[in-house]
Design a protein around this ligand. Sequence first.
Ligand SMILES: CC(C)(COP(=O)(O)OP(=O)(O)OC[C@H]1O[C@@H](n2cnc3c(N)ncnc32)[C@H](O)[C@@H]1OP(=O)(O)O)[C@@H](O)C(=O)NCCC(=O)NCCS
Length: 314
Amino acid sequence: MDLDETAARLGAPVEDVDRVHRLAGDLPSAPLPAKADAPALLARLAVRPDDAAEIMAGWPDTGSPLWTPELRWLLDRSIALVRADLGGHGWLEPGPELPRERGHAWRHLYVYAYLALIDVVLRYHRDHGIADAVSWATLADLGRNLAIDRRMHREGWPVMQSWLTLHTRGGVYELGRLQHQRGGTAIGLHVPASGPMTPEAVDSSLDEAHAFFPRHFPGERYTAFSCGSWLLDPQLREYLPGDSNIVRFQQRFQLEPYEEPEGLDADVEVLRFVFRTLNTPLDQLPRRTVLQRAVVDHLKAGRHWQWHRGSFPL
Ligand SMILES: CC(C)(COP(=O)(O)OP(=O)(O)OC[C@H]1O[C@@H](n2cnc3c(N)ncnc32)[C@H](O)[C@@H]1OP(=O)(O)O)[C@@H](O)C(=O)NCCC(=O)NCCS
């Protein structure tokens, strides 16, 4: 196969296409669910009707003219690549970034990969005795992320694409208010955008995790909960009231000494999570909440936000 030509046709960087080619080799792929079952599956994955309609319209039917041989190759090899790391819990590099404006097949290629891996990961969950309710709550993060992608006018996709491979590898579980990522000796905490994060909801999610991991992953030993986030930036305390949920979340953690994280700009991440836009001028951002006003005023004063890591014993 001519990688330069494939990359040119995909409108993607040749290094990224080459990486897929090398890593996926001829590893086994997995089939997509039957198209007739897809609407019910998408609903179960909390995919909203507008996103579901696009996914159905771009479906990779045999012979569909939307699906060039290069796109089919990338879909098949992306599935194989993620599948090969079933049970993994590290971050995978996002696949080649496609010109998503070319149409539904291009826009949602990695969604089709996610759908193909549902059966694979459900089998993995069942092998670990995980209840269906946890499986579906976890996997329904797809719909939430697609809605954010739409709201962000497709600006933030590579991050979501990489994140969503954790779900299809059995690396992350949604237990009540928080998502819990396996790995090392600490359970990594993630906070989905699903309304306020009250201390009671956080406590109850941590309690669930206490029972969940020893039961379903008895070979893994966790001694702490950890988190890496803009939410742990102590500077937020200059602006937020002491009884706000974010400050109370921070109080649980012992922070690691601050180090600028590699390849991550905390100002950009704060804009992503607080405004769902990365390139709106500061003057045009909404100032509806105390946090929104804080974020803008802080940046306008020439200061920067930080991405901290912290943990607390399990
Ligand atoms: C984490 C999250 C649930 C916290 O929200 P919360 O429980 O309302 O937090 P607080 O009680 O501390 O909020 C304090 C103030 O900030 C506002 N606020 C909090 N998070 C906000 C957000 N993401 N965008 C805009 N305003 C926000 C609240 O409305 C409140 O302001 P108000 O009193 O003027 O209404 C929320 O920020 C969120 O959904 N974030 C997106 C997901 C995310 O960031 N995950 C972590 C990724 S690393």
